[in-house]
Design a protein. Structure first.
Length: 318
């Protein structure tokens, strides 16, 4: 089986920013709907999907594990104007209607776990289907860690397919780096994950396990590369780095290994706590679609959204 796994919120809200700047809110909403539906159809055809899976967001368990998690986004939201908040509300209402339509009117699987993120749903889907092929559709670089012989990632923003063999464009040709003039490749996903767990993730407000650590060590100091090379044996270089301690601006002492393990739980999409994995797996099994709703036409779309599909936008039709 070949599954196309869509990071639904990423696709829909990225499309929001592609609308013409002078567009009003209705036109922006319509454009996002149009792009999302057309893109999903394009992905199904391009990758010859046997089944489409739309992964949705729930309230993340990570917020209970690590209080600062994504707190920066609440600050950004607090800075929105009244008009921006109203537009944001309309987009979320439309997103909810879209996912309801996909769940009730199509043969796609629409998976949501109340206590986990869409990233967790996608990661656990792959773990539950190890013998199948998977194409993750998202511009989120967090998914690169999951790239494997049977897992590829498609970035719709750059129109690039990310694989272990290289990065390819829409015509299947290797993408050339403009600076080096060499074909683009991704580093070892395991290395990328290790580096991110050590450096943290500013976009999600996850702090570094070892602030200021060097990538490559010196004669007298171990760097990330040396520690990573020693990760499996847990020898001198690994322990030399992981057992070091540092103090934050509040005077709280940290051990690198403790913060690394915390970050690994938050960032590594295969390292969720066992109870989280069990909960997400149960949600997937419960919500997997076995229905056959027949052909889905424009009437189904119109009945669900109360809008007409046009080439340029969706317009209200109440």
């Amino acid at each position: 089986m070949r599954y196309v796994l869509i990071d639904t919120a990423n696709m829909f809200f990225r499309a929001r920013h592609g609308a013409f700047r002078a567009s009003d809110t209705w036109e922006k909403v319509g454009f996002a709907l149009h792009v999302t539906l057309m893109a999903a159809n394009k992905m199904a055809r391009r990758f010859e999907a046997d089944h489409m899976v739309f992964a949705l967001e729930g309230r993340s368990w990570r917020k209970d594990q690590y209080k600062p998690y994504k707190n920066n986004r609440a600050v950004a939201r607090a800075a929105l104007t009244e008009g921006e908040l109203e537009e944001d509300k309309m987009f979320w209402e439309t997103y909810d209607n879209l996912t309801k339509y996909l769940s009730e009117k199509t043969n796609c699987s629409v998976i949501r776990c109340a206590t986990a993120e869409g990233d967790d749903v996608i990661a656990r889907w792959i773990a539950l289907h190890p013998q199948d092929e998977h194409v993750i559709v998202s511009s989120d670089t967090d998914f690169v860690q999951l790239v494997a012989p049977n897992v590829r990632q498609y970035n719709g923003i750059t129109d690039e397919l990310i694989t272990l063999e290289g990065i390819f464009d829409a015509k299947g040709k290797a993408v050339v780096d403009k600076k080096t003039k060499e074909p683009k490749t991704i580093p070892d996903p395991a290395w990328l994950l290790f580096e991110k767990c050590m450096r943290g993730d500013s976009s999600d407000n996850v702090f570094s396990a070892f602030p200021g650590v060097r990538t490559k060590g010196t004669k007298n100091k171990v760097g990330l590369q040396e520690a990573f090379a020693d990760k499996d044996k847990k020898g001198y270089n690994w322990n030399n780095m992981m057992l070091q301690r540092w103090s934050d601006p509040d005077g709280v002492e940290h051990r690198v290994l403790d913060d690394y393990e915390r970050n690994r739980t938050l960032i590594d999409l295969t390292a969720q706590p066992a109870d989280v994995k069990a909960t997400v797996d149960a949600a997937i099994r419960e919500q997997i679609s076995h229905k056959d709703v027949g052909q889905v036409g424009s009437q189904g779309v119109r009945a669900t959204f109360g809008v007409w599909l046009k080439t340029s936008a969706f317009c209200p039709d109440f």
